[in-house]
Design a protein around this ligand. Structure first.
Ligand code: P6P
Length: 307
């Protein structure tokens, strides 16, 4: 496959100039975040985010990079960041898009030199409240690992992966990524939930007994990228005593990934069996449980836990 630059590829897919421009600015922010990761200080900033999690200097820096890039695009009316309590509003922007993002998901893994990522959800309009994953125009995530990749889902136009090369271009590496209905891989997050959900332990024990392959790093972005790379998998994050409604955020993590996986033929449900794409965002930092990946595996897991 001839490796096309991202903007040329998006133009060929008839993506609107505004969404192309937004993705261009997102790609630029990923480049700068990657540079700061390779050169930056992994120390803590001494501040906390809305969820009470201590912020690394890199969390704050990554958030600033994305916020400045997207403000400069003059296309966003609302920016929602996992690292900020309040929404940023730009009433004078020329086009109206809402972008929700997690600037550096899994940043606590940086000191262990494990892969981490950035997650982006893009909607048309001027407010985040009430939006659902089904309303998205596009979603994207970057993986900062041995290679830097940017994977983009375009409404009704598939899921495609680009890799950052040595001269700062994102070149197409995978087109029309698909997720099979069944999987030999499993990523069982939040095993502490077994304490309040014995069926979860039985489910994981079943996968072990079936000799399935465990692939779990503790970073949602590389763990889900693994599934899209292999074309199969199931990632679970059920509720537990500490987080009865789950730990992961709907707007910044689960809705964008639900959009990506659904575009690739996969499925994302919450623990009650509701499609994540249909959950309305009531407040930016709202959390949800999530089971995401190969359709048959997700359905089986959620039904198994309901027994
Ligand atoms: P736990 C990282 O902190 C994160 O937000 C996701 O990237 C990851 O899937 C999850 O939390 C891991 O949670 O409870 O295992 O630390």
């Amino acid at each position: 496959m001839n490796s096309q630059a991202i903007n040329h590829f998006l133009r060929q897919k008839n993506v609107s100039p505004e969404v192309r421009s937004l993705l261009y600015h997102i790609a630029r922010s990923v480049k700068y975040i990657n540079f700061s990761l390779r050169a930056g200080n992994t120390g803590i900033s001494g501040t906390q985010n809305f969820s009470g999690e201590s912020q690394l200097k890199l969390d704050v820096l990554a958030d600033q990079i994305i916020s400045h890039e997207l403000e400069n695009s003059d296309l966003v009316s609302i920016l929602a960041s996992e690292e900020k309590d309040m929404l940023e509003e730009f009433p004078s922007s020329r086009a109206k898009f809402v972008v929700a993002y997690d600037p550096l998901d899994g940043s606590s893994l940086v000191d262990a030199n494990l892969a981490i990522g950035s997650i982006f959800g893009i909607w048309s309009g001027e407010k985040l409240e009430g939006k659902k994953g089904t309303d998205m125009e596009a979603a994207a995530y970057a993986v900062y690992g041995p290679r830097v990749t940017l994977t983009v889902a375009l409404r009704d136009r598939g899921v495609h992966e680009f890799e950052l090369n040595d001269v700062g271009e994102f070149l197409l590496t995978r087109e029309n990524i698909r997720i099979e209905k069944k999987s030999k891989y499993f990523a069982p997050g939040n095993l502490r939930a077994c304490e309040v959900l014995p069926a979860y332990k039985k489910l994981v024990d079943t996968w072990v007994a079936e000799k399935r392959t465990l692939r779990y790093s503790g970073g949602m972005v590389p763990d889900l990228h693994h599934m899209l790379s292999k074309g199969q998998g199931i990632f679970c994050y059920p509720g537990c005593a500490k987080h009865p409604d789950g730990k992961l955020r709907l707007a910044f993590e689960c809705a964008p990934f639900a959009f990506l996986f659904t575009e690739a033929g996969g499925l994302a449900l919450d623990q009650k069996g509701t499609n994540i794409l249909k959950l309305p965002i009531k407040e930016p930092h709202q959390r949800t449980t999530i089971f995401i990946g190969s359709e048959d595996e997700v359905k089986h897991a959620v039904n198994f836990l309901k027994k």
